[in-house]
Design a protein around this ligand. Structure first.
Ligand code: URA
Length: 257
């Protein structure tokens, strides 16, 4: 059995030796390298090894799977079959979308929380209830009588991250092809990017407090970054900014119809 030696004591010994000038590791007895026999194993020829098997690239796989999806049901099925994102193993449900496909406005959030994971629908917990009230304030709803007043809602991540942590940049990059395809298939006229995760996925940059309120063109649609309703629950004073952004969306909806 190996005797356990306190690493701090070992470090102190080493420091002490270095102070004495022992700055090279040499043995007590000299070695005559010319006299040493050359063994066959010492001049081993480079081993010929089989080439490493190519590991699948999750992003390339995501691009292929997303591109092959011809409609929203196909995209949902492609996500359900996508094996690379570890978050799927901890999630109870795949959270794909809610609201009306074909709506003029698409809302993109970050990731499901506990309630969304349990129900398999985006934005259904307290954060989602605030989102519904915000939308209603400008005459929009998930289920409206006409597509003109409806919204379609999804998230960057279809699976809940553990402890509601934000998705990592690798996770977002892996799921980006699905997000882009989702937008292309849902064909919204306007896309609302709710918070940093959505901005990271679509604009490839964060900094929502600076981005919010300014329309940008991305994924082939006019996009409006907005403060996430979860942020508004924690910072009620920021609702003033959110209201200004909702009015900006309402104005765009009024202009283009
Ligand atoms: N936050 C999100 O970004 N999405 C949800 O679905 C719920 C909370």
């Amino acid at each position: 059995m190996t005797e356990w030696i306190d690493p701090l004591a070992l470090k102190a010994l080493l420091d002490w030796q270095a102070e004495l000038g022992a700055d090279e590791a040499i043995g007590d007895v000299p070695v005559d390298r010319y006299a040493a026999p050359v063994t066959v194993s010492a001049v081993k020829s480079p081993a010929i090894t089989a080439p490493e098997p190519m590991l699948p690239d999750p992003i390339v796989d995501a691009q292929a799977a997303a591109a092959a999806a011809g409609d929203l049901d196909g995209l949902r099925a492609a996500l359900a079959a996508f094996p690379h994102c570890e978050l799927r193993h901890g999630a109870r449900n795949l959270v794909f979308a809610d609201g009306q496909p074909g709506a003029r406005v698409m809302i993109l959030g970050e990731a499901p929380g506990r309630d969304e994971d349990a129900q398999g629908l985006p934005f259904v917990g307290p954060v989602g209830q605030l989102l519904d009230r915000m939308l209603l304030a400008i005459g929009l709803a998930r289920q409206a009588d006409t597509l003109a007043d409806a919204v379609y809602i999804s998230n960057v991540m279809p699976w809940r991250p553990p402890q509601n942590r934000p998705p990592t940049s690798d996770e977002i990059a892996m799921l980006r092809p699905f997000v882009e395809r989702h937008i292309a298939l849902a064909k919204p006229e306007f896309l609302i990017l709710m918070g940093n995760g959505a901005c990271q996925a679509v604009l490839e940059r964060g900094g929502i407090t600076r981005l919010r309120g300014s329309w940008v063109s991305a994924a082939g649609v006019p996009c409006l970054p907005m403060l996430h309703p979860a942020y508004l629950l924690r910072h009620p004073a920021a609702k003033r900014d959110a209201w200004a952004d909702l009015l900006s969306l309402k104005a765009r909806l009024g202009q283009q119809h």
